[in-house]
Design a protein around this ligand. Structure first.
Ligand code: FPP
Length: 253
């Protein structure tokens, strides 16, 4: 048994999270520490995306949501933005055969219309080609931010109310959830952030209300399969109370 297989065997197969979300941070610092330019860090980060997707699929995780490009990332130097867009389009095209072989469904979350034409077409192609897949659902957050998404939801609900289609007094949490880009997707059980920072950076603010948060200092290109299993083991050792007391949770089991 390899050290990785041994670690995997420590996981409780009955308590694998349904939905894991990730903030892939640290590409720039990884590149700098190796004497490379920032974009090389993003290119290296694609390998981690590949590994994390494969391992999630193998473990039976149902949803993996990756923060690939935030609304705020548009303000980075043009050269870095251009490279990232190119990389994302290239990576999705290159990975498509294996995604299909592994029954992985690609879903795009965010203001996708802002993505330049060429990578956007590649993303749409991959999304359409994998639409029938029933295994892991890989949600790629692109030009995404939580405040953008919540603002859009408020706008839609307000419009419906102004048109008399919705009674403001009857707007529920479920209605709000149903107007987010993640409508129909269960909330993340676990959010992992690499790169050593302890913040959420405008990511899935509504959806992570009761998610377990896990922070690791590993930079995204260095985030290994062992690191991922470590996060899952940590998750399995936590008691999720959803606002209840520990005793209530135990008695409900
Ligand atoms: C944050 O690191 C990372 C990003 C802004 C981009 C993440 C993109 C990838 C991993 C590549 C492509 C993704 C897919 C889904 C194919 P940072 O640049 O903020 O790093 P730093 O904090 O060290 O500067």
């Amino acid at each position: 048994m390899t050290p990785l297989e041994k670690k995997i065997s420590e996981l409780d197969p009955n308590r694998i999270p349904v939905h894991v979300a990730m903030i892939m941070d640290g590409n720039g610092r990884w590149a700098k520490s190796h004497g490379f330019v920032r974009s090389d860090g993003h290119a290296e980060g694609v390998s981690t995306v590949h590994r994390v997707t494969k391992l999630s699929s193998d473990l039976g995780i149902k949803y993996l949501t990756l923060y690939a490009f935030s609304t705020e990332n548009w303000n980075r130097p043009k050269e870095e933005v251009d490279t990232l867009m190119y990389l994302i389009g290239w990576a999705i095209e290159r990975e498509l055969p294996e995604l299909l072989a592994n029954n992985v469904k690609i879903v795009l979350l965010g203001d996708i219309e802002r993505i330049p034409d060429e990578p956007r077409q590649r993303l749409f192609y991959a999304r359409n080609a994998t639409a029938h897949c029933t295994g892991l659902q890989l949600n790629m957050c692109l030009s995404y931010s939580s405040r953008w998404e919540i603002t859009e939801a408020v706008r839609q609900i307000a419009k419906a109310a102004a048109e008399g289609k919705v009674n403001p007094d009857h707007i529920s949490e479920e209605d709000v959830s149903n107007h987010l880009t993640t409508a129909g997707i269960p909330d993340p059980d676990l959010l992992i952030r690499t790169g050593g920072e302890h913040r959420i950076s405008n990511y899935l603010l509504w959806q992570i209300a009761y998610s377990e948060l896990y922070f690791t200092s590993a930079l995204w290109p260095d985030f290994s399969d062992e690191d991922y299993i470590e996060a899952l083991l940590d998750f399995q050792n936590r008691e999720r109370r959803f606002g209840l007391t520990g005793d209530q949770v135990k008695n409900n089991k």
